[in-house]
Design a protein around this ligand. Structure first.
Ligand code: FUB
Ligand code: ZN
Length: 637
């Protein structure tokens, strides 16, 4: 095992945390009992799993797709995290079977990709820009690490180390090796995981190589075009030749160290930035880290939805200009919000600054969680912030990246709640349950109890194996304007202990010490920067980490005609019966009326309004009832 040297704190494993939470336990159980089996069934029925038997012959339908492997890999990763906290002999056996198939598909030289083994073997490594071999390899590496950590079984890990060794022999700057980078980033962060679990520095070096191949002049993707046929490069040309030759679609417009603006495909970008942060922290590369911080600021200050969704355009599944955040046409792919969570967690570990955790939490409770239905069997790929009733979750997609991505996120939720360092423990997310952490040379059990995200009263119990001195850091969320904190009923002076968004209580902790944190959680109106033209004159409603929306099911009127006065009283009410139990927001608004209009299209004066009582529900829970309109941003006076 390698030791990261430059992080202020380290993540904890899924197995260290037992979640027992009013909000999340049910979602995790649904993920385990519904989503993971459902996704297995889809992978099986669509041929993705049996494709690893390499039995496909020309003429057979369906033809494996060149990133099918990644869907199965993400499913393995999700199932492995689930096993880590919930032993399940049947799932364990199923994983072994799928892994055997994958192992059987490995070629004598270590190569492993279904499509380029059976469908177009002559095209191996020919189109890195678009054909996703390195992306699939990355997902299989992540799966291998997760499976090994959950079960101790090395089968997939050994297979993937062999594959990684082979990749490391092909790509690199030594004589006889070739240049190249993945058009779709992913392997960068995966190689760092492989390095951390094996201690083999070659994987870290390979990750750094791929990170630095980006933004060369000429571009590695331009050089590929010299030998690709017209047919094989059609998709490359579509994305790269829109505006002269431009590979910003895959963040290849500049060397990564010089980048300051998030561009191109959002999932690619988020995975790249995560990989950059990993390489930076493992190699002490400050220049790379500075680029990560600049890119972070650009994304969260200029290009992120209030839901934590990123990548506003469907044309490139990605970023456009700053402040271009349309609501109904938002793309905001589920995978992109998840990628933002991955990146946020990495930045958080490096800088120990709660602003990263704020974004992580925002995306988690909103733009990522919306990606899966409450019953766990339907998924959003695209997460708009307004709908006229024509956008619904689906059971699966031809391009099925999002469903297994949300499954692996939910199954690994425990690893996002806490972090540890030799002198401190951190609580980033308020999710009830227990954790076994290590700090100050001792084991520390932490138990949290709260009704989060619906209320902000949190109790934390500390049980070190023996009394020990360390810092307990509690995140004071950016959304909270008033927090009170007490240790063993003695109130603390927050002003003197809060740094970078964490209240640090450093003391000699005794078994049974109890911390109470109260986060004031009123309903808030959120405004967008005036450059976000669609949201001028509108507000969104939030409470705690949750963003709300209006749905037609509660408000059977044209939602665009609801106008919220500045002084309207807004009340939060918990409704146990609604959508699995949610807080809803009720308030008195106005409704632009048309009762006094005849046939005329225009008339002098202004419109009339009448009082209207509205109800808003959490955004993540929309589209579970009758199809209808939805709006996050509400007109306001
Ligand atoms: O290309 C693989 C995945 O499919 C991407 O991450 C998604 O955006 C979708 O295009
Ligand atoms: Zn996706």
């Amino acid at each position: 095992m390698s030791q990261a040297t430059n992080r202020k704190m380290s993540p904890v494993s899924v197995a260290q945390v037992a979640i027992d939470d009013g909000f999340w336990s049910q979602r995790i159980e649904t993920n385990r009992t519904k989503t993971i089996p459902h996704e297995y069934k889809q992978c099986k029925e669509t041929g993705r799993i049996d494709a690893f038997d390499l039995a496909w012959k020309p003429g057979d339908e369906p033809v494996p797709h060149y990133f099918w492997d990644s869907d199965v890999a993400k499913w393995i990763e999700a199932a492995s995290y689930s096993l880590a906290t919930h032993p399940d002999p049947e799932l364990d056996k199923l994983l072994d079977e799928v892994i055997e198939k994958i192992a059987g598909a490995q070629q004598p030289d270590g190569y492993l990709n279904v499509y380029f083994t059976v469908v177009e073997p002559e095209k191996r490594w020919k189109n890195l820009g678009m054909w996703h071999e390195l992306y699939c390899a990355g997902h299989l590496m992540e799966a291998a690490v997760a499976h090994y950590e959950a079960t101790g079984k090395r089968r997939l890990l050994d297979v993937m180390c062999r594959y990684a060794d082979y990749i490391a022999s092909v790509f690199g700057s030594n004589p006889g090796q070739r240049y190249g980078a993945p058009g779709h980033e992913e392997i960068e962060l995966a190689l760092v995981k492989l390095y951390r679990v094996t201690g083999d520095r070659k994987y870290l070096e390979l990750s750094r190589f791929f990170v630095d191949q980006r933004g060369q002049n000429p571009s590695v993707f331009q050089r590929e075009l010299e030998y690709l046929s017209e047919e094989d490069s059609r998709i490359n040309r579509y994305f790269f030749e829109r505006n002269g030759f431009d590979t910003s679609y895959c963040q290849d417009h500049l060397p990564v160290r010089e980048q300051s603006e998030a561009v191109g495909h959002a999932v690619r970008a988020a995975y790249l930035y995560s990989g950059m942060a990993d390489v930076a922290v493992e190699t002490g590369d400050e220049e790379l880290l500075r680029a990560c911080r600049r890119l972070w600021d650009n994304v969260v200050n200029k290009k992120m939805y209030v839901t934590g969704g990123i990548g506003s355009s469907r044309l490139n599944e990605g970023f456009t200009e700053e402040y271009d955040l349309p609501n109904r046409d938002a793309y905001a792919e589920t995978c992109a919000a998840i990628g933002l969570i991955f990146w946020a967690q990495r930045m958080l570990h490096i800088d120990a600054d709660a602003r990263y955790a704020d974004v992580m939490e925002r995306a988690l409770y909103n733009g990522a969680l919306s990606g899966v239905s409450i019953d766990g069997e339907k998924f959003f790929y695209v997460n708009p912030l307004a709908s006229n009733g024509d956008h619904h979750r689906q059971e699966w997609f031809g391009c099925a990246c999002c469903p297994p991505n949300i499954a692996r996120l939910i199954a690994s939720l425990g690893s996002y709640i806490y972090s540890e360092s030799p002198s401190d423990v951190y609580i980033h997310l308020y999710i009830s349950g227990q954790a076994e952490l290590n700090t100050a040379g001792t084991r520390v059990k932490i138990s949290q109890q709260s009704g989060y995200p619906w209320n902000g009263d949190i109790e934390v119990k500390i049980e070190p194996a023996e009394a020990a001195e360390f810092g307990l850091n509690l995140r004071i969320p950016g959304w909270c304007r008033k927090a009170t904190l007490a240790v063993n009923d003695v109130e603390m002076d927050n002003a003197s202990i809060v740094r970078s968004g964490y209240a640090r209580i450093y003391r000699r902790w005794q078994p049974g010490d109890t911390v109470r944190l109260n986060l004031d959680m009123p309903v808030e109106r959120v405004a967008a920067h005036p450059n976000v033209v669609e949201n001028i004159g509108r507000v969104a409603l939030s409470r705690g980490p949750v963003i709300f929306c209006l749905e037609e099911a509660d408000n059977p009127v044209p939602l665009e005609r609801i106008v919220l006065p500045r002084d309207a009283k807004l009340t939060a009410v918990f409704d146990e019966e609604l959508l699995g139990g949610v807080v809803k927001i009720k308030g008195e608004a106005l409704l632009i009326d048309d009762a006094d209009w005849g046939d005329e299209l225009y008339r002098f004066g202004s419109v009339t309004m009448r009082p209207y009582s509205f109800t808003a529900i959490p955004y993540y829970a929309w589209d579970h009832r009758m199809p209808g309109q939805m709006r996050v941003w509400i007109r306001s006076l």
